[in-house]
Design a protein around this ligand. Structure first.
Ligand code: NAD
Ligand code: MLT
Length: 541
């Protein structure tokens, strides 16, 4: 009989379903870590968790019995999905169950912060009747900035409109038309929003792009007296910068539900005026917990008893033989999507993919899905894979076009993807060398031949002597080793025009390196792009 282990506290309604299921054995074991966790998982076919337990590679390695892990909630950042995939363990989540509750908690913090609810009550408890000290601010007519307009961001927007707030927002994967439908003005970047916001709230996953989204530099441009809320993931705001911002009066308030390190019971922020914190309570309502627990239990039971897979985060429902036959092109397309997501700036309106040469004979729909999955995978806190990526893109109002031609270019096969944003277009072209070596052959009309893996430093420069030497010495100064290098220029350009270079580096250069390079008059821009390591497959493969 399949056994399910429940690793965090989940709602009773979920446990009741397990209790009633005669074909399923279950056990609740919370607070496990290390060998205890590993040993407990060795005796289970399925595991259900929230964010309390951390499922590392060590806890899963060598486990031949565990088949499925279900996260009762959205974020799966406490589960090593790559390790689960390698072990053949499916990871599922329940993406929608706590959307409303988390949006409501965001509004709770917004209101409580504005009206000093917590300190006023503490003062009352201390026997004081102080009406002057706790003068608040009104939400109506204030500007609320929302970063991340996915499920929760949109629900926050709807509620803020009811409070007559003026809304501005930023999300690279939503069009201005969609934003207008929500009643929100879409900005080109977070930096553009900051001088205007009275309140700022974030609803993105924690990624390389969103980590430290608001730090010391951002506080220099934010509207003085702004109030910041985070009900998404700890680390999106730099907590030390927030503390400094409260101390020097840049920020009038900070409300956090999530922290860089959790559990967080001792933070310098806790003692500061204008700060309000809750212990990761966004999804902690009876309704949300019932919904995610019931859904998680049903997902686990259905998979273990009937093999039905829903909301899988690390695999797609396409037959393995097709995936294997297309592996090289799927990997190329996926990597091109990841590259473009980081290369482009602005709000994506359209994605056009051109398949040229031999690849035009392949299942290009699957390749398009793979490119879309790469484009969205870092941005969405959901199960982006080749099954749903196109739908997710189109749901966001982004137009998708495919051009297929059997005519070859300089390569037997090539894929070219162009992103149109409100302001500019960005292009990447790629091909596969041999069977499995993805290569970038074009960026924004400039030709080159670059590896598409690891840490890439892409720089646009004047095609004059001395630039490569400058790059080498700047990286050398920071002890960063260059593994590969490629340079190129537009076909029509003569020496002396604009050129592009890609360095594949053994480590990620600190921001000081790109700032240093960009200050050189011969270098127009330098950008770090993080790609999967060589040979690393997409999580759904
Ligand atoms: P979602 O996937 O529906 O939306 C995420 C949005 O962020 C997407 O629209 C995406 O395009 C956008 N985004 C990604 N990178 C961005 C960037 N660099 N700049 C701007 N926008 C960017 O996810 P969701 O369900 O709305 O959840 C949002 C966050 O809230 C997640 O981190 C989730 O884990 C967290 N969450 C927290 C709680 C809690 O208890 N506090 C509860 C549920 C969810
Ligand atoms: C989530 O990602 O679903 C939330 O952080 C809520 C939780 O931890 O349960």
């Amino acid at each position: 009989m399949p056994k399910i282990i429940v690793l965090d506290n989940i709602a009773q309604q979920g446990l009741a379903i397990l209790e009633q299921h005669a074909d399923i054995e279950y056990e609740v074991c919370t607070g496990l870590a290390g060998d205890d966790l590993r040993n407990a998982l060795l005796e289970a076919d399925g595991a259900i968790c929230r964010s309390g337990v951390t499922l590392t590679e060590k806890s899963m390695i060598g486990n031949l019995r565990l088949k499925v892990i279900v996260r009762a909630g959205v974020g799966t950042d406490n589960i090593d999905k790559a390790a689960a995939t390698r072990q053949g363990i499916i990871v599922m989540n329940t993406p929608t169950g706590n959307t409303f509750s988390t949006a409501e908690h965001t509004l709770t913090l917004l209101l409580a912060l504005s009206r000093n609810v917590a300190p006023a009550f503490h003062s009352l408890q201390a026997g004081k009747w102080d009406r002057k000290k706790y003068m608040g601010t009104q939400l109506a007519d204030k500007v609320l900035g929302i970063v991340g307009l996915g499920r929760i961001g949109i629900e926050v927007a709807k509620r803020a409109i009811a409070f007559q707030m003026e809304l501005i927002g930023y999300d690279p994967f939503i069009t201005s038309e969609q934003a207008a439908k929500i009643g929100l003005e879409l900005c080109d970047s977070v930096h553009d929003m900051l001088p205007r916001v009275d309140y700022l709230t974030v609803h993105t996953p924690l990624t390389a792009e969103t980590k430290g989204l608001i730090g010391h530099a951002e506080l220099k441009i934010i509207k003085p007296g702004a109030r910041l809320i985070n009900c998404a993931r700890g680390g999106i705001y730099d907590e030390s910068a927030l503390a400094a911002g409260i101390d020097d009066g840049t920020l009038a308030g900070v409300a956090l539900d999530v922290f860089e390190t959790e559990p967080c019971t001792d933070s310098p922020l806790f003692q500061k005026p204008g700060v309000l914190c809750t212990p990761h309570l966004g999804a902690s309502t009876e309704e949300a917990q019932t919904q995610v627990a019931v859904e998680a239990v049903n997902l686990a039971i259905n998979y273990l008893t009937t093999g039905v897979i829903r909301h899988a985060v690390n695999m797609a429902a396409v037959d393995p033989a097709t995936l294997e036959a297309l592996a090289g092109y799927l990997d190329l397309a996926y990597r091109m999507g990841i590259f473009l997501a980081q290369w482009q700036q602005g709000n994506v309106k359209q994605l056009t993919i051109e398949y040229r040469g031999e690849v035009s004979q392949e299942d290009t729909k699957l390749l398009t899905a793979s490119l879309c999955a790469g484009l969205l995978q870092r941005a969405l806190d959901t199960n982006v894979n080749i099954v749903n990526a196109k739908v997710l893109l189109q749901e966001r109002g982004i137009e998708l076009k495919e051009n297929i031609t059997s005519e070859m270019s300089a390569f037997r096969s090539s894929i070219t993807a162009t992103i149109e944003t409100d302001k500019q277009s960005y292009t990447a072209g790629g091909t596969v060398f041999g069977n499995h070596m993805p290569r970038l052959i074009q960026i924004d009309g400039m030709r080159l031949e670059s590896y598409l893996d690891g840490n890439m430093l892409v720089f646009i420069h004047n095609d004059v002597p001395g630039i490569i030497g400058l790059m080498g010495s700047s990286l050398g100064k920071h002890e960063i080793n260059i593994a590969q290098m490629s340079v190129g220029r537009a076909i029509s350009d003569h020496p002396g025009g604009k050129a592009i270079g890609v360095l594949n580096l053994d480590s990620i250069p600190p921001a000081a390196v790109t700032q240093d390079l960009e200050s050189h008059p011969g270098i127009h821009s330098a950008k770090v792009i993080e790609m999967p390591a060589v040979g690393e497959k997409p999580p759904w493969f």
